[in-house]
Design a protein around this ligand. Structure first.
Ligand SMILES: CCCCCCCCCC/C=C\CCCCC/C=C/C(=O)SCCNC(=O)CCNC(=O)[C@H](O)C(C)(C)COP(=O)(O)OP(=O)(O)OC[C@H]1O[C@@H](n2cnc3c(N)ncnc32)[C@H](O)[C@@H]1OP(=O)(O)O
Ligand SMILES: Cc1cc2nc3c(=O)[nH]c(=O)nc-3n(C[C@H](O)[C@H](O)[C@H](O)COP(=O)(O)OP(=O)(O)OC[C@H]3O[C@@H](n4cnc5c(N)ncnc54)[C@H](O)[C@@H]3O)c2cc1C
Length: 670
């Protein structure tokens, strides 16, 4: 759609005059410096000027097939643009560039069918191939001579990877693997792009050689002819059908009928099958084939932050424009943003977007540092990364989904319109809570790490920094509540330590009463999930505070003030959400809680004048927001009417169904 130009809505113009800080300063902080902001804007200009974002009809008014075809068209031209003009600007073949991720949303209101190519296929090649394999597949994948996906999940199993049924049996005579789908439930299911788009695929299958099963391994499989795009003989492939979102990502199914691939198509960086069929197990760590999942979990924290920032931008701008009800008799209707309950719904969204973005950046740096350790042969930091990326992925995607839905509630009926974009943002983020490891499953992985850390600390061993609070707790350090940043973080750590202690106790008590470890663990899993969530909260709170302090060191006083107001709001919000836990595990009193409640309500008032400026500081162009409610000019009603008038349903004054059905019904002739 071409966005019509309107003058700024007067309410929104007034809001911007109230701003107390330099918006550009905050934009630079989140971009990582002035130069990065300027590079991002250049990238956005190129994409927006390319005309690629244009749709003849709104995406939501297209059929599923049209939406898919439109998304393929855009993905192809966008890929070409990335290889040419965008590469010149970034100067690198850098798919990490956050700016590329952001501007992709100007093209796709839903999802690109190439998402998994960039999101999992290329990263798996980079992380799992030997250098010889890398030289064969990486240039082709980066150049889009081959397009790939990641097919792990099956109809019968997603979470439990060890239970996957697809087999890859080595045939030493021909030096090939035979891929086979032995049952209905063994069909690959869900892989993005698999339905219609991709010609190659990373397949996760149980490896058999010399009659022994060695568990799941990764294989590069060509599934379609490069010229005709027809499925290769022995391959059954198709689209799984309409879903809540991801409508243009052609999620697919895949079955193999004794399909042969060369030995070299097993990704052999970590484990190998030699020509004679001898299996060589990974030298360093048994779970290195799970590395792409860790990578994606790390990027999903960023997705949570980015999508929440879009939703809250839409809802705050709308709330500044929308007037409803009256505060006092005969007074003009106020902007709904003036209601404290509305501020309560929205300002936590702004603070959370900041908290998650800074946590995502920190996690990304941790990920890079662990990768560099692993390159040197040291896998010692991997368990902590796995525990961190698991809980942060779980909690951030889950919180973001809830807060995005809250943004929709905050927009009343108009938020329910697809043209608000809130339903699309929600359905995308809701899926991130499930895929790449379901919420509960990932928190249970973190809980395993926490229980082990507890046992290590008990044995007097040093534990990693993110769980050092366990050692303090074991030393008997009592928590005394203080309503400062550090004080609140310490209390949240005391909550986490208290919950982990209870889990350990429950497991041990249950074992004493005769249960084996597995049953004792199973019966404690409700508490274990809770403990892992508490640990994750303490990590987010601490990272957010530390990062704001670090990043605003040389900022103006006004930026320091407003960024810190949001930190305090976040800390107060979570304190009030978790009073039960804090009363149980810290020395917080009722008086302290009353103080925190008052502080929270005062903060809403302090942040109110800067609310619109704070969402402007996410610097999200209208073309990325795609929202009738959230455009920079605030012309909500004009856009809603424009969209209604453009609705293809209104192209003809009388729909044919009137003549076919309604009229005969009215006339008793049906
Ligand atoms: C042109 C267009 C441009 C468009 C650009 C847009 C860009 C957008 C960017 C978005 C980015 C990416 C989006 C990607 C979209 C992805 C779509 C979705 C994909 C998928 O979902 S793929 C499938 C994912 N599946 C899962 O996640 C399954 C979850 N299950 C598991 O991970 C495991 O089964 C398990 C961990 C739950 C259990 O595994 P298991 O083998 O049974 O192990 P355990 O016995 O439990 O544990 C044994 C020990 O191993 C440790 N462990 C487990 N996992 C790991 C790991 N990953 N790393 C390190 N260690 C691990 C575990 O802790 C145990 O240790 P211990 O014995 O306790 O010491
Ligand atoms: C939009 C979307 C895109 C996807 N894209 C891909 C893709 O490209 N490639 C791919 O391979 N996969 C993909 N997936 C699949 C995805 O990774 C899985 O759906 C996900 O990992 C969850 O697994 P599941 O469906 O088997 O759920 P299940 O494991 O069946 O979960 C169902 C419920 O059971 C619970 N549960 C399961 N096991 C346990 C346990 N041990 N303890 C306690 N509770 C348990 C879960 O918590 C959950 O509440 C995609 C999924 C979606 C929704």
């Amino acid at each position: 759609m071409v966005l019509k130009k309107y003058n700024i809505n007067p309410d929104l113009a007034l809001e911007r005059q109230k701003c107390t800080f330099d918006i550009e300063e905050i934009i630079n902080i989140f971009d990582g410096g002035k130069e990065k902001t300027s590079q991002r804007r250049k990238i956005e200009d190129v994409v927006l000027k390319s005309g690629l974002c244009h749709d003849d009809v709104p995406e939501e008014c297209m059929s599923l097939k049209e939406r898919y075809e439109n998304a393929v068209r855009k993905s192809c031209f966008f890929s070409k643009l990335m290889k040419t003009e965008l590469q010149e600007i970034t100067g690198i073949e850098d798919f990490e560039t956050p700016a590329i991720r952001r501007i992709a949303d100007a093209l796709f209101k839903d999802i690109s069918p190439f998402l998994l190519h960039l999101g999992m296929f290329v990263p798996t090649i980079i992380g799992q191939c030997t250098s010889e394999q890398l030289m064969i597949w990486l240039p082709k994948a980066l150049d889009l001579q081959i397009i790939g996906g990641y097919a792990q999940t099956e109809l019968g199993h997603g979470t439990f990877i060890r239970g996957l049924e697809t087999t890859a049996t080595y045939d030493a005579d021909t030096e090939e693997f035979v891929l086979h789908t032995p049952t209905l439930t063994a069909h690959k299911w869900w892989a993005g792009g698999l339905g219609k788009t991709i010609n190659h695929c990373i397949v996760v299958a149980q490896l058999y050689t010399k009659g022994v099963c060695y568990g799941t391994h990764l294989f590069m499989v060509q599934i379609r002819d490069l010229d005709t795009h027809m499925p290769l003989p022995g391959i059954k492939v198709g689209e799984i059908g309409p879903r809540m979102g991801f409508s243009s990502a052609d999620n697919g199914f895949l079955g193999f009928n004794n399909f042969r691939i060369p030995r070299n198509n097993m990704l052999m960086k970590h484990a190998q099958v030699q020509k004679d069929g001898t299996y060589v197990k990974p030298a360093r760590h048994g779970k290195l084939t799970y590395q792409t999942m860790v990578f994606v979990r790390v990027t999903l924290v960023n997705e949570a932050a980015f999508n929440l920032s879009k939703a809250v931008t839409i809802a705050v701008r709308y709330s500044a424009v929308r007037r409803q009800s009256e505060m006092r008799p005969n007074e003009p209707e106020p902007q709904i943003l003036d209601y404290p309950t509305q501020q309560h719904k929205l300002f936590i969204g702004i603070a959370t977007a900041h908290a998650f973005q800074l946590t995502a950046n920190w996690l990304w740096n941790t990920f890079k540092s662990v990768l560099s350790d692993m390159k040197k042969g040291d896998v010692g930091t991997l368990p902590e990364l796995h525990a961190l990326s698991s809980c942060l992925k779980a909690v951030c995607t889950s919180d973001a989904a809830l807060l995005i839905e809250q943004c929709r509630y905050a927009c009343g009926g108009h938020g329910y319109m697809l043209s608000s974009n809130l339903p699309y943002i929600y359905s995308f983020v809701a899926a991130t809570r499930t895929y790449e490891g379901d919420y509960t499953i990932l928190l249970l992985q973190t809980a395993r790490f926490l229980v082990k850390a507890w046992e290590q600390a008990e044995a007097g061993k040093t534990v990693t920094p993110t769980v050092s609070y366990i050692s303090r707790s074991l030393k008997g350090e009592k928590n005394s509540w203080r309503s400062t940043d550090e004080g609140i973080i310490k209390s949240f750590q005391a909550v986490a330590a208290g919950k982990i202690a209870l889990c350990v106790k429950s497991i041990r008590d249950r074992m004493k009463s005769g249960l084996d470890y597995e049953d004792a663990w199973l019966l404690t899993t409700v508490q274990l999930v809770d403990a892992a969530e508490a640990h994750c909260r303490s990590v987010i709170l601490e990272t957010y505070c530390n990062e704001v302090r670090r990043l605003t060191k040389s900022s103006s006083d006004n930026v320091k003030i407003v960024m810190h107001q949001l930190v305090t709001l976040y800390l107060s919000y979570w304190t009030l959400q978790r009073t039960g836990d804090l009363l149980r595990y810290s020395s917080i009193s009722e008086k302290d809680i009353d103080f925190m409640q008052r502080q929270y309500e005062e903060l809403l008032q302090h942040i109110r004048p800067n609310a619109v400026a704070l969402v402007d500081a996410f610097d999200l162009r209208d073309e990325i927001l795609h929202s009738s409610l959230g455009a920079y000019d605030g012309r909500v009603y004009e856009r809603l009417m424009e969209q209604a008038e453009n609705n293809p349903m209104n192209a003809e004054p009388v729909n044919q169904s009137f003549h076919k059905y309604i009229k005969p019904l009215l006339q008793g002739k049906l």
